[in-house]
Design a protein around this ligand. Sequence first.
Ligand SMILES: Cc1ncc(COP(=O)(O)O)c(C=O)c1O
Length: 345
Amino acid sequence: MRLTSIPRVDIAHLPTPLEPAPNLSAELGGPEIWIKRDDLTGLALGGNKARKLEYLVADALAQDATVLMTAGAPQSNHCRQTAAAARKSGLKAVLIFAPYSKHYGSTDPDQAPQGNLLLDNIMGAKIEWYQGDWQDRLRFMDQVAADLRDKGERPYVIPGGGSNAIGATAYVNAVYETITQLRDNSMTATHWYTTSSTSGGTHAGLALGAKLAHAPFAVVGSACDQNAEKTRSVVLPLANATAEHIGTDVRLAESDIVIDDSYYLPSYGIPNEGCLEAIEIAARTEGLLLDPVYTGKTMSALIDHVRTGKLTSSDVVIFHHTGGTPALFAQADGIAGSFSGPDLD
Ligand SMILES: Cc1ncc(COP(=O)(O)O)c(C=O)c1O
């Protein structure tokens, strides 16, 4: 296996802390809970993409790129971290956005940009608004890349979420990193809760890493944008492509990709009651800020699994904080009224 020899640049703050959440555990009356703080990866407010971008930027630099290009929603955490990774590496950034997503932060030209989009602007990313069908965006990206080449630039195109075998490799490493932290704390864990999406790189890398490292924990993905079947149909092949990329013969089967899709509706990006409750509980027990698109829903899965007895007090659970908190500000209008008042009058 060539995992340790794959080139990567040093742009994330690693290892991220693995910290206990005793107040949250006590509040739920269930398992011991630890938080893997990938919201603290350091790249312009952190998040899970920083790990992937270490490998993607190394590949871009090897190809002598001058521009990182990627695509997503206007509140994409991935796009924000790609812009930051580009700047930190002396490159420019071009971001392709779907024009308007009413549930995921306004992009009304008459309103000041919010959350991630504001940060993209501050970092000087060039933003291209794509008006067509999102499924056809690759053709549009090809056109933008061709225009950049005409101007003498050398664009490096990163897929949505940084989720290809190069990016997902980072989450194989994250498993080894965490197992070392568990050993350092003389502890073990039974579960690792993460967010599972149809970009899929994080879950794919974690599932592969867990199998390769014979991790003591089961990786449990909480779907954030599609049902389990659709999500698995992306995560599984990506995990196996990543296995090939890092040079192992190990392959994953469907049963290795555990996904619970009970917590993401009504849809991607729209927080439900459980999500808002989870955001409030994490904030008030641990001062831990979750986001309304990914981690709030994944924490609501964990909370419900405690309440329904799927997780018991003999379990030790790692909750994977993958970042995303800038979306709290982008969604302030929709969510601010959902939280209860202060404990003190
Ligand atoms: C905060 C956060 N968590 C989880 C995910 C899902 O990660 P992946 O794209 O690797 O599936 C994303 C994707 O953008 C994210 O921004």
